[in-house]
Design a protein around this ligand. Structure first.
Ligand SMILES: N[C@@H](CCC(=O)N[C@@H](CS)C(=O)NCC(=O)O)C(=O)O
Length: 220
């Protein structure tokens, strides 16, 4: 049985849950992290010494780092669909997965942590606006790629869509200035047609710390 640790409103957990949903795998999810706690224990550190979520235990195979878990599950259970067989095609999916972590991850983190996870009277609007400007520029790069590619990794949906699809949901549902991104919008609409994306990613996360904690407490 595949076990996963992490609250359902964590973007890194959502990458894994969406993958599990796409693959139709049986799983057991343990709700830990943020207001649920459970990370700073000896027992949890044995699973993930970084004391962060997610981590999985797939019949004794323990893996942490969300993108690596997405790759592992795709390779093991999704060869030919989530995991492109052709190394060249797989590298394109892989490239955008790393790009999510290294290029858009930092700025989207500043925006999300700054607006949703910080009390209103402590928010640094200058830093948030600067990150939004950089993020708009970065997402412009993906927008141009998607002008000639239906999905991130090519003609069909693959693991390459997953980390960016999670990040994009937050970007499109948070109050920041965005440039026109028509191809990204079209891709987002295609993702919204996927039941696993709607179930594990595309649900409200709140627009303030109070709303975030309220939704988290309600398990939504
Ligand atoms: N690079 C790691 C980052 C993991 C991470 O920072 N997870 C956050 C949640 S998205 C976390 O554990 N935060 C502490 C908490 O939820 O209590 C990954 O991609 O898995």
């Amino acid at each position: 049985m595949l076990n996963i640790w992490g609250r359902r409103n964590s973007s890194n957990v959502q990458k894994v849950m969406w993958t599990i949903g796409e693959l139709g795998l049986e799983f057991k999810r343990h709700t830990v992290g943020d207001s649920f706690g459970g990370l700073k224990t000896e027992e949890y550190r044995k699973l993930n010494p970084n004391a962060v979520i997610p981590v999985i235990d797939d019949d004794g195979v323990i893996i942490w780092e969300s993108n690596v878990i997405v790759r592992y599950l795709s390779a093991k259970y999704g060869e030919g669909n989530l995991w492109p067989k052709d190394p060249a095609k797989r590298a394109v999916a892989d490239q955008w997965m790393d790009w999510m972590q290294t290029t858009v991850g930092t700025d989207s983190g500043i925006i999300f942590m700054g607006l949703v996870r910080t009390p209103a009277d402590e928010q640094n609007h200058e830093a948030i606006a600067a990150a939004a400007k950089r993020l708009g520029y970065s997402y412009g790069i993906l927008d141009r790629h998607l002008a000639s590619s239906k999905y991130v990794g090519g003609d069909s949906f693959s693991m390459g869509d997953i980390p960016l699809g999670v990040n994009l949901f937050r970007y499109f549902n948070i109050a920041v200035e965005r440039p026109e991104l028509p191809h990204l919008q079209d891709w987002y609409q295609r993702l919204l047609e996927r039941p696993a994306y709607r179930e594990h990613v595309a649900f409200p996360f709140g627009s303030s710390l109070e709303e975030w904690l309220e939704l988290e407490k309600a398990g939504r």
